[in-house]
Design a protein around this ligand. Structure first.
Ligand code: ADP
Ligand code: MG
Length: 251
């Protein structure tokens, strides 16, 4: 689904990422851990193609096509979707209109909104006056309409209460499973083996992983992916020993 080779990314004149290599197969969900300011959001932004993130060397392949130079709308149409950390308010554009814009095929905004408890928000401006949890639900509504094949979530739990984490996690999982199980979602193990869509999730707390079964986790440290392993084991190691120690024992 996604292959990244020796990627280096700068923001302005400042190098942020270097030597990033990552391969996400169809059906896999990868998790990204790492301290603040280490470049996690930069990686997701570079994969989506936001112009702020300047690729200075390396390649990004999506479904076998080199998208390193492709504009963001082409990547979105090809099937890359993202929920950024702090989505902006868009005045003059309603959630219903936004769902229409995001739909790769005609989506029923009312039906999708009902599943995410967003019916009352359809006629409001995107994110205007929304709480943290409402913003994440609104973003997931747009992503549900887009039906991306690669779903990237940047700290989906931040600013979200426990109840909304469940709603957000289940909605994200539905996007990844869509079209395969038709609501009969089965066990976590079954979901993981039957999934065909892929995910890349940044999380500090790991709460989202209760709803979205992950295959592998990576630690990003000082601008590069330092080690990989089982998501739960890594999370525990980081929580008990800290990032630096965790990377050392993984090596
Ligand atoms: P993370 O998501 O791991 O917390 P980021 O990818 O957001 O880290 O940021 C990595 C580094 O890039 C940080 O030091 C941050 O300050 C810097 N950075 C991000 N955006 C900009 C920008 N627009 N201008 C300058 N530096 C930036
Ligand atoms: Mg970030």
């Amino acid at each position: 689904m996604l292959k990244i080779e020796n990627l280096a990314v700068s923001v302005g004149d400042r190098p942020i990422l270097h030597d990033v290599n990552l391969e996400i197969k169809a059906g896999q969900v990868h998790v990204l851990f790492g301290p603040n300011g280490t470049g996690k959001s930069t990686l997701i932004g570079a994969i989506m193609g936001f112009p702020r993130y300047r690729i200075t060397s390396g390649k990004i392949w999506f479904k076998g096509i080199d998208v390193t130079e492709a504009p963001v709308y082409e990547r979105a149409r090809a099937g890359i979707g993202v929920m950024i950390q702090r989505p902006p308010t868009v005045r003059g554009l309603t959630v219903r209109q936004m769902v229409g814009i995001c739909s790769r095929q005609q989506a029923d905004a009312d039906l999708l909104a009902a599943k995410l408890n967003m019916t009352d928000f359809l006629e409001r401006n995107v994110n205007e006056g929304f709480s943290g949890g409402e913003i994440k639900r609104s973003e997931l509504l747009q992503l549900t309409a887009q039906k991306p094949d690669l779903l990237m979530l940047d700290e989906p739990e931040s600013g979200v209460d426990i109840e909304n984490i469940a709603l957000v996690g289940e909605a994200a999982n539905r996007i990844l499973l869509r079209g395969q199980t038709d609501g009969q979602e089965g066990s976590m193990r079954k979901q993981r083996t039957e999934r065909t869509k892929s995910g890349l999730i940044i999380t500090h707390t790991g709460h989202i992983l209760q709803y979205v079964p992950a295959d592998v986790a990576h630690v990003m440290y000082k601008g590069t992916l330092s080690c990989s392993g089982n998501a739960q084991e890594m999370l525990q190691c980081i929580q008990h020993k800290g990032y630096e120690e965790c990377i050392r024992c993984a090596i």
